[in-house]
Design a protein around this ligand. Sequence first.
Ligand code: HEC
Length: 158
Amino acid sequence: MARIRGLGFAMVVLLSGWGLSQVQSQPLKPKLSTRLEPVAETKLLMEGIADPNARGLARLLADKPREAEAWVFVRGQSLLLAELGNLLLLRPPKTRAAEDAWMAHAAELRGYATTLARAAAAKDYLAARSALADVANTCNRCHQTFRVAIRVDPFAED
Ligand code: HEC
């Protein structure tokens, strides 16, 4: 055993001699912190969370859902949009004026999407459609404020 350990030590000395000690001594470690901090680009959240769930909701609510399962999906997709509101609250733009507008739009998204989830839980079609329109208007208002050329129409054919 002693011989093997000695050999290991020799190897490390050898590697550091070659300038590889950094690679050896600092493996990739996650930065652990309990503070909330954004990691993904906003564009990725829009493509991965906002867009698919908004489209899913438009499809599911195009007509009154007949299956209980469809309402379960509506509720789930709404709650994902509501959580997106939380994620957006973590990544406002840098300037003060822009930050205020951003936070207001993000909070609205969370609020209207939560209302939609409640309407889905109650299987209330009219309330759900109206909340979905509120959600889509929120998407559009934020895009207008930040000059994003994307228009969300919840009941458009695509
Ligand atoms: C708080 C502001 C805000 C809200 C609310 C918001 N967005 Fe966005 N969205 C943005 C910004 C900013 C971009 C541009 C991101 C970029 O390109 O860096 C964007 C871009 C997009 C894009 C284009 C992504 C691409 O591929 O370039 C889509 C699609 C989108 N949003 C859908 C939605 C939908 C659907 C909703 C509502 C459920 C929504 N957004 C709500 C700010 C918002």
